[in-house]
Design a protein around this ligand. Structure first.
Ligand code: NDP
Ligand code: 8X3
Length: 252
């Protein structure tokens, strides 16, 4: 049966690929992000190419007020959301703790941790009312082991790991599946954002090995939603062949 899927951070990278994957399989999608022009373009692309409905919601996940009013603005006939993909997130900077910027730290914690919580808090009542649903949180290998200069980004993704486990426990009695997908390095706009727009440094992050793509992650997110009702992938850690864990990449 076709589903209604809400994907946060769908203006780029994983979120865009995830929205396209669900749409290409005939599902209708609600896509979110701060860049309205990109949202409008993707809504149009999805409607034209896959002939499914798409709804764009422009808001900053760091603002609880914006999250609440955006979710409230969803038309009634779209509120039967089946799947929430908490994907919006970022790294800002890659500095040792002693020289890190508190502005970068605020951005990461406010987006990756508090943003995920605000969106979840607004959507969980809709899932509970239906007595079913699936929340997929995009964690990271950075949420499994800390790497040099990863400090606060790693902490934010360790928080996603813990919140995912907590959600699964608390929502168990409500029939809601909770999955974490924890990818290693994938080439998206992630490193451009992490290095504050330094495109060369971002490109160098993927030198000497084949990183994953956004489409690889979209396939796995989609797969995790295709299992029989009685099955739930709790935690899926995935890396490219060249990556052993959060800090060891074999470069040639
Ligand atoms: P991109 O930079 O390509 O995409 C990030 C998305 O998040 C954009 O759509 C952006 O939209 C959205 N976003 C960021 N901040 C906010 C905000 N405050 N409010 C609303 N939306 C926001 O990165 P990726 O696709 O790579 O990253 C997606 C997720 O995957 C993140 O959580 C990241 O931590 C995680 N991840 C990435 C890995 C990688 O190697 N690429 C590996 C493991 C995990 P906009 O700017 O329009 O708001
Ligand atoms: C994003 C991948 O390796 O930069 O979570 O932490 S990494």
């Amino acid at each position: 049966m076709k589903k209604t899927v809400l994907v946060t951070g769908a203006t780029a990278g994983f979120g865009k690929a995830i929205a396209i994957k669900f749409a290409s399989e005939g599902n209708r999608v609600i896509i979110t992000g701060r860049r309205n022009e990109r949202l409008n373009e993707l809504v149009e692309e999805i409607q034209n190419k896959y002939e499914v409905e798409a709804l764009g919601l422009c808001f900053d996940v760091r603002s609880e007020d914006q999250v609440i009013s955006a979710i409230e603005s969803i038309p009634e006939n779209w509120k039967n959301i089946d799947i929430l993909v908490n994907n919006a997130g970022l790294a800002s900077g890659l500095d040792p703790i002693q020289t890190g910027s508190t502005e970068d730290w605020d951005k990461m914690i406010d987006t990756n941790v508090k943003g995920l919580l605000y969106v979840s808090s607004a959507i969980i009542p809709l899932l509970m009312a239906q007595k079913k649903g699936h929340i997929i949180n995009i964690g990271s290998t950075a949420g499994k082991e800390v790497y040099p200069s990863g400090n606060v980004y790693c902490a934010s993704k360790h928080a996603v790991d813990a919140i995912t486990k907590g959600m699964r426990i608390d929502l168990l009695q409500h029939g809601i599946k909770v999955t974490q997908i924890a990818p290693g390095a994938a080439e998206t706009e992630f490193s451009i954002v992490r290095f504050h727009g330094d495109e060369q440094r971002a490109k160098d992050a993927y030198n000497g090995y084949q990183p994953m793509t956004a489409e690889d992650i979209a396939e796995l997110v989609y797969y995790s939603t295709t299992l029989p009702t009685h099955l739930c992938i709790n935690d899926l850690v995935v890396t490219s062949l060249a990556q052993a864990n959060s800090y060891l990449i074999h470069r040639t």
